[in-house]
Design a protein around this ligand. Structure first.
Ligand code: ADP
Ligand code: MG
Length: 697
């Protein structure tokens, strides 16, 4: 049913629901769950309030009302609310007329809101409290848990607040006497003793007891995660069956020659395991779509190279796509070095490759004489045609959208195998959801001899000591990175800090030590030259923006100073820190901040100082920021919108849902069994409209 026909909604509110919350039907309204519950049996006393509390419930009366200010900004209505233990100010900026007409003195009210200290007089204040006449609190008087619904500022302006949503839903549930049909097959509901849908949907909005609420939540969270997993796993299965993959049955000359005669070190156990997983994929007859997660410095490039050699052994070509020119160049150089003495033709193709060279590369790709192509998104250009592309490696996949990646699929008569490498560890729960349709390999072991980076926090004011410590490292022959955030707000000022930092470093360490600078505004040629000076060891200090964030590898660099560290997210800090600790020496990461830190920032800094484990950091990041903000989820193409489950908190339910979904799909891949009819129907209701990106991940 269209939302406007739900009693209490009407066309005007329906428009608000649609524009603000994307809710357009009665069903969607029912799935708009409270974001929290207030225990109405717990009424606070005003004398116990302070400015750092969550939402609280009060019971009392208004004594005085006052209309203040003129103009839209300062015009407001104020009331003093007291409960016999103290007085608190209530303020309304919008909907004044309604409040004046409907709220009266000397009447008992239940007041719900968040007390805050006013900026003017430090008195406690509640802005736009929710009010309910205590005598009329009838609708849910017996019920102690009251659901709170998120609304937007705009909705509040039109008096569509949590309370009114609650009333609309209550009215709807009451008018709907028939039970809501079950949305999970009976065998699941019964076997796991889940709360039936009809009960769960009523209890989630109006819980009779805390136990009921908990069971309703568990059921609805499970259902949400279960259908998502079922969808992902089914797409995965269908793709696996639909996409034939090239079969690389041979391990031949290239691979063996490299392995026995050119490999400069012993592979780690994790590298070996991952290579085995990849090899199994490539012999399976299905197309490989594998995500390779590994912390910075874990040796993913080696895995990529050896994967490509498997393709070469079977008469195929291979390519690596990296997000930046610097990274592509570095891959190119290290791979050329590793392959020296072998008959493998490798080329680099980026935006700045000259036309003549580019033409040559195009020709060699087409006649098959070029084996491995390394480059940036320049590889995606339609005129880059391979004779027989067998493997595509994508480095740091977060920088590429799904659509971009998909272009590589069409560079051979059937899609090549795809290996996606990422150094931003994604928490398991998130990976399962985002990449439920990819196979995931993890390199969870660093090459031997690495000492964990020691991370310390320094205040701005402790710079002198920091400079002394840096000088000492330089004297020991080490190199140092100093990283600055970009000033986002102002184009003209954007590079101010880096440029100033560069001058400061020159003043502190020049002319004995050479300082270079790299940032995004520089010409690629100059950037490259500066990088090169640092990589070769001619330059000792590199002052840079986050352009060095991904991939760059200089084992002799042992200090990473991050200026204004409070302006970086956790995963970014971790990425930056990963630039050091690559050689045999003890490395350091110094996080420099100002004094004025928010509590979240303090937590971030603390986590960085406490651990170097990327997965632990990724988990913490997700807890602090919520999964929606984790780098990469936006571009994943599988944008998902969880209504009730939380990836950060409901990992165990997710695992359970995933296992069950897998079991069902394994037994009944097309969901044809009569018992699974409902599953098939629900999937098409829930995911029918969605573009099936899983076909091209
Ligand atoms: P990342 O996973 O961050 O891309 P790299 O592939 O750049 O890591 O590897 C980091 C460094 O570790 C490189 O210098 C590489 O040569 C080295 N390395 C890789 N595998 C091993 C290994 N098994 N033993 C020793 N060093 C290794
Ligand atoms: Mg790398």
């Amino acid at each position: 049913m269209e939302l406007k026909y739900v009693p209490g909604v009407g066309p005007k509110r329906a428009e608000l629901f649609a524009s603000e919350l994307k809710i357009t039907t009665d069903e969607e309204l029912l799935s708009y769950f409270p974001y929290r519950y207030v225990d109405k049996s717990k009424i606070y006393k005003i004398k116990d309030l302070h400015g750092e509390m969550p939402y609280v419930l009060l019971k009392g009366q208004f004594s005085v009302f006052e209309e203040l200010g003129v103009g839209t900004r300062s015009h407001r209505y104020k009331g003093l609310f007291s409960d016999g233990t103290g007085v608190i100010e209530c303020v309304w900026f919008n909907g004044l007329r309604y409040i004046k007409d409907s709220v009266h003195r000397k009447e008992d009210y239940l007041l719900f809101g968040q007390p805050k200290e006013s900026e003017f007089n430090h008195a406690l204040q509640v802005v736009h409290p929710e009010l309910e006449s205590a005598s009329k609190a009838g609708v849910d008087a017996q019920q102690s848990l009251m659901g709170m619904y998120n609304t937007t500022e705009k909705m509040k302006r039109y008096m569509l607040n949590s309370k009114s949503i609650q009333r609309i839903i209550l009215g709807f549930l009451r008018s709907h006497l028939d039970p809501f049909p079950e949305t999970l097959p009976a065998y699941i509901v019964e076997h796991y003793q889940l709360m039936p849908y009809n009960q769960a949907i009523r209890q989630i909005h109006f819980p009779a007891t805390p136990e009921n609420l908990q069971r309703a939540q568990a059921r609805l969270k499970f259902e949400e995660l279960f259908y998502l997993q079922l969808y992902l796993i089914r797409s995965f299965k269908m793709r696996q069956q639909g996409n034939r993959g090239f079969v690389f049955s041979r391990i031949g000359e290239y691979f063996n020659d490299f392995y026995y005669h050119h490999l400069p070190f012993e592979l780690t156990g994790a590298q070996k395991r991952v290579l085995k997983e990849i090899r199994a994929d490539m012999c399976s007859g299905s197309q490989m779509n594998r995500l390779l997660q590994g912390d910075v410095g874990s040796g993913k490039t080696m895995v990529a190279l050896m994967t490509m050699l498997m393709a070469l052994d079977n008469g195929f070509q291979a390519c690596i796509m990296a997000p930046t020119e610097i990274l592509a160049t570095q891959h190119y150089e290290s791979i050329v070095k590793l392959l020296s003495g072998m008959e493998v033709r490798v080329a680099l193709l980026t935006g700045s490759t000259r036309k003549k060279q580019r033409d040559e590369i195009h020709a060699q790709l087409e006649d098959g004489s070029l084996h491995i192509l390394i480059g940036t998104h320049a590889l995606l250009e339609p005129n880059v045609k391979f004779r027989n592309l067998g493997v595509v490696v994508i480095d740091e996949q977060h920088r590429f959208g799904v659509e971009q990646r998909s272009k590589l699929w069409f560079k051979n008569v059937q899609p090549p195998h795809v290996l996606i490498m990422t150094a931003t560890p994604i928490p398991r729960t998130l990976a399962m959801t985002l990449y439920g349709d990819l196979d995931v390999s993890v390199i969870d072991e660093l090459p031997p001899g690495r000492k964990p980076v020691v991370t310390i926090h320094r205040w701005d004011q402790q710079r002198e000591g920091l400079i002394r410590a840096m000088r000492q490292q330089l004297e020991e022959g080490r190199q140092i990175y100093v990283v600055y955030p970009l000033i986002e707000e102002n184009e003209k000022m954007k590079y101010h800090d880096v440029e100033q930092g560069f001058l400061n470093m020159q003043a502190a360490f020049g002319p004995e030590y050479s300082v270079v600078m790299v940032h995004g505004k520089m010409k690629p040629k100059d950037k490259e030259a500066a990088m090169q000076r640092f990589v070769s060891g001619q330059a000792h200090v590199m002052v840079a923006t986050t352009v060095i964030e991904v991939g760059v590898n200089v084992p002799n660099a042992s200090v990473m100073v991050i200026e204004s560290a409070e302006r970086f997210g956790l995963s970014q800090l971790h990425q930056l820190r990963g630039r050091v600790g690559r050689g045999a020496d003890q490395s350091y990461c110094v996080l420099v901040t100002g004094y004025n830190l928010s509590s979240d920032t303090r937590k971030r800094i603390q986590i960085m100082c406490d651990t170097t484990d990327g997965f632990q950091i990724a988990e913490a990041d997700m807890q602090l920021r919520g999964p929606g903000d984790i780098e990469g989820t936006q571009q994943s193409g599988l944008a998902f919108d969880l209504r009730i489950a939380s990836l950060a908190k409901d990992g165990h339910i997710l695992q359970f849902a995933r296992d069950l979904a897998k079991e069902i799909i394994d037994k009944d891949p097309l969901l044809e069994a009569p018992a699974n009819n409902l599953l098939r129907r629900r999937l098409s209701v829930l995911f029918g409209k969605r573009v099936d990106w899983s076909q091209i991940s």
